[in-house]
Design a protein around this ligand. Structure first.
Ligand SMILES: Nc1ncnc2c1ncn2[C@@H]1O[C@H](COP(=O)(O)OP(=O)(O)OP(=O)(O)O)[C@@H](O)[C@H]1O
Ligand SMILES: [Mg+2]
Length: 296
């Protein structure tokens, strides 16, 4: 697995038409200055929609290293091929998943991935909104974060594919973004998938349910359901993606589809990619909900 990864990385480098690596002290660093002086000249003439995505993703991720990492230095590596560009940003700070785990009091560093996947997660609400990683991860063809023992990745084509692995730098955070030079994707199109109607607010999210389960652990308990739905009341519409979840237990289904909606009428839950067994459990929970509301 690792050997394959290294080989692929080496082949990618062989195709490079330009490569640049530069380190910066984080103290006093400004993301727009690095963009203007180093990144935009390296990218050169690419279509406007592509440059706009790079501008957004690069400045958001460098700003994260500056504002959240608590580190001393950041290194930016850029590789350009005829087909695409890859940029890596590595800081030597506390590590993103550890930071989120501590701030939210999570039991496991890996729970941070589920929280990041939901969006609107920030550990500094006075100065931030928690949108940078959510939207950046959806704009690039490939977006990954490695830190500690956790790996979080999102592939555009394989929309729901968030992966957990156990390999990464011991300290700090490494963010890697890759974008095809001729994509027709635009920032606007990506933002509009998570807004409702003509409103500009970030009101809709997609939650990969399988991130609430670890290994072969089945989703059966109310506490797992509460973990899945923590903070989702911040959204009007929550798409629950059951890809990779073969079954769920009765208590889990009851908590998600009966208890949560009755306590949070402002948030609609929409399950999709459900197996036959999961669909059956959801129908049972909804039937119990109608029976109870029929009695009152
Ligand atoms: N390089 C990093 N090192 C440590 N923690 C990080 C790093 N990058 C992000 N984080 C953590 O992840 C959280 C989510 O980051 P994200 O960029 O999505 O939102 P934000 O920076 O808080 O808000 P916004 O991007 O909307 O300004 C941050 O609040 C911070 O706790
Ligand atoms: Mg940010």
């Amino acid at each position: 697995m690792v050997a394959e990864g290294l080989t692929a990385a080496r082949v990618y480098k062989l195709c490079a038409i330009a490569e640049q690596t530069k380190s910066y002290p984080l103290s006093g660093l400004q993301e727009d200055v690095v963009w203007r002086n180093d990144v935009a000249p390296f990218l050169g003439s690419l279509p406007k929609n592509v440059l706009d995505i790079w501008h957004y993703g690069f400045t958001e991720m460098l700003n994260n290293a500056i504002d959240h990492s608590g580190g001393a230095q950041v290194t930016v590596n850029m590789i350009k091929t005829a087909a695409d560009v890859q940029i890596g940003i590595m800081d030597d700070g506390v590590g993103i998943f550890r930071k989120i785990q501590k701030a939210l009091g999570l039991l496991d560093e890996r729970h941070s991935v589920l929280e990041l996947a939901k969006g609107k997660l920030t550990t500094d609400p006075a100065r931030h909104t928690g949108e940078g990683i959510f939207f950046s991860s959806r704009m690039f063809d490939h977006f990954a974060i490695l830190s500690g023992e956790t790996y979080f990745s999102h592939k555009y084509l394989d929309e729901q594919d968030w992966i957990l692995e156990t390999k990464g730098p011991d300290t700090g955070t490494y963010v890697q973004m890759k974008l095809w030079n001729h994509t027709s994707r635009t920032q606007k199109k990506v933002f509009s998938r998570f807004t409702i109607g003509d409103e500009l607010a970030f009101a809709k999210t997609v939650v990969p349910v399988r991130l609430a389960q670890y290994g072969d652990e089945a989703l059966v308990s109310r506490s797992q359901a509460k973990r899945l739905l923590a903070r989702v009341e911040k959204f009007a519409i929550v798409m629950l993606d059951f890809e990779g979840v073969s079954n769920i237990g009765q208590a889990f289904a009851d908590e998600v589809f009966r208890v949560f909606p009755s306590e949070h009428p402002g948030t609609q839950l929409h399950p999709f990619n459900t197996s036959v067994a999961v669909g059956e459990m959801i129908r049972r929970a909804l039937a119990a909900k109608s029976a109870i509301s029929g009695q009152s």
